[in-house]
Design a protein around this ligand. Structure first.
Ligand SMILES: [Zn+2]
Length: 468
């Protein structure tokens, strides 16, 4: 087990002052030992990949793909049955172009066949179950390999290095994470020298808290900002009118989990005088794609997963028209997902090359995901919905849900339940939401038999009637 995993186990029980005092010693441990073998191997592999030719990468993608198909047929009951039913022969798969033979995997199929999608040759105990409430409002649960977390970190780090991030870099965290010191001390922020993270509570972005955060930033000088654009946007609005602004200079802003709107990016870059860097990925370990030193297009990591864009009829799109992103992940052998319909809308870049010289395929933009949805708490403070995004098994019993708000501090959660959803689940949801927003929003659950779509046919997770 890596040093970091061992330490994590006991970490939450130790007071912050104590962990902060031994943090400098932790950083004396070489990086290879700190994160463990899986991380180190993956990191080395990614460095090697940067040096390979276009054709060699293509070759490796084909090998990965054919191996994945073989593994899926031999070890995953769902795919074994699916291939047999459709008369698909594994031996007929020569390269990634054969992917079209495989029927799509939808969220509904994933929920229905979840257990059959688990590989039988993988130790069940090594799998981690993740449920995401989904920013599109359709909850879904799945399993990932325990190793994939460290692989994911290696990939993330590899992307962030494009804007100067190092494994030891410090960060201002402006994301949905709740931190334990907050519970212990009633504080709204904490500096964790062990993780080199200044974490701020973004569930309550009132001016008083924002001022505290600015003072903490000036004191601890985190090198990077890592968080939700909607929350960072609120911080920037405060900094803009703060006397003297913010003296500290960040190296870059690392966006997470939300679509980066052009106007918002420009505004944040102007106020913080620093580049916004974003990447696209999934908890399901499907596709990872990051911006580069020169461009805001998402460069697909070829050996992480294979991406397709398809139209309404499931036909492959090769031009710049927008379609649904369909992904086949190479990194999660425990629960392989082939041609998974992500529900995200995207389009290919039509530019032939990028100034960075990487041969990776590029997505010009991802649309229809990560709405900039906001709720207003009792004090009038804005709460980014991405921050509320809950990961809980209770969402397995929900078909769809929507937040409705027409009064400050009051929110109705409209729930389209699955069979088996009951009062205990309602209590669970309310408890989680109340914890997240610290009792500053009064929630009421309303069970409904339909959630109407917007005029343009789009579904929205927040039906916000207030002017925000
Ligand atoms: Zn590039």
């Amino acid at each position: 087990m890596s040093v970091i995993n061992t330490v994590k186990k006991i970490y939450t029980n130790i007071p912050l002052w104590l962990t902060n005092s031994f943090a400098p010693f932790y950083y004396l441990i070489p990086e290879t030992k700190r994160y463990g073998r899986v991380f180190e191997t993956q990191r080395r592999y990614l460095k090697e990949l940067e040096l390979l030719s276009d054709s060699r990468i293509e070759e490796l993608v084909n090998i990965q793909f054919v191996n994945l198909v073989r593994h899926a047929y031999e070890n995953v009951p769902y795919y074994h049955n699916l291939f047999d039913e459709h008369g698909i022969l594994v031996s007929s798969f020569k390269d990634v172009r054969d992917i079209k033979k495989i029927p799509f995997l939808t969220k509904e199929l994933l929920i229905k066949h979840r257990e059959e999608l688990i590989a039988t040759n993988i130790d069940r105990k090594s799998l981690q179950y993740i449920t995401t409430s989904g920013s599109t409002g359709n909850p879904v649960g799945f399993y990932v390999d325990s190793d994939s977390t460290m692989k994911e970190w290696a990939y993330t780090l590899n992307l962030w290095e494009r804007v100067g991030y190092r494994p030891d870099s410090s960060r201002l965290l402006f994301r949905g994470k709740t931190f334990w010191a907050q519970k212990n001390k009633g504080e709204n922020w904490q500096y964790d020298a062990f993780r080199r993270e200044l974490s701020c509570n973004i569930f309550d972005l009132c001016e008083e808290n924002l001022e505290q955060y600015c003072q903490a930033i000036e004191k601890y000088k985190p090198e990077f900002v890592h968080g939700y654009m909607s929350a960072i946007n609120i911080l920037c609005k405060y900094i803009e009118k703060r006397p003297g602004g913010l003296r500290h200079q960040f190296k870059a802003i690392l966006a997470v989990s939300e679509n980066v709107l052009v106007a918002q990016r420009e505004y944040i870059e102007l106020i913080l005088n620093s580049r916004v860097f974003s990447f696209y990925g999934h908890s399901e370990r499907l596709v990872m794609a990051g911006e580069c030193e020169y461009s805001n297009e998402y460069h697909i990591e070829p050996l992480y997963g294979f991406a397709e864009i398809v139209d309404r009829n499931g036909q492959t799109i090769n031009d710049d028209s927008t379609g649904e992103l369909v992904s086949t992940g190479f990194c999660n052998k425990g629960m392989p997902m082939l041609r998974y319909k992500t529900g995200d809308m995207a389009s290919w870049s039509q530019k032939v090359t990028c100034n960075c010289g990487r041969p990776h395929k590029r997505i010009a933009g991802v649309h229809g995901r990560w709405k900039q949805d906001i709720l207003v708490n009792r004090d009038g403070a804005l709460v980014s919905l991405t921050a509320i995004n809950m990961h809980s098994d209770v969402f397995d019993k929900i078909l769809r849900y929507q937040f409705y708000q027409d009064t400050v501090g009051e929110v109705v959660i409209k729930i389209l339940p699955r069979i088996g959803f009951n009062a205990v689940d309602e209590t669970k949801i309310l408890k989680q939401l109340n914890e997240k927003t610290q009792g500053k929003i009064n929630y009421k659950i309303e069970l409904v038999d339909q959630i109407p779509l917007k005029k343009n046919g789009k579904y929205t997770i927040v039906n916000q009637q207030l002017k925000v």
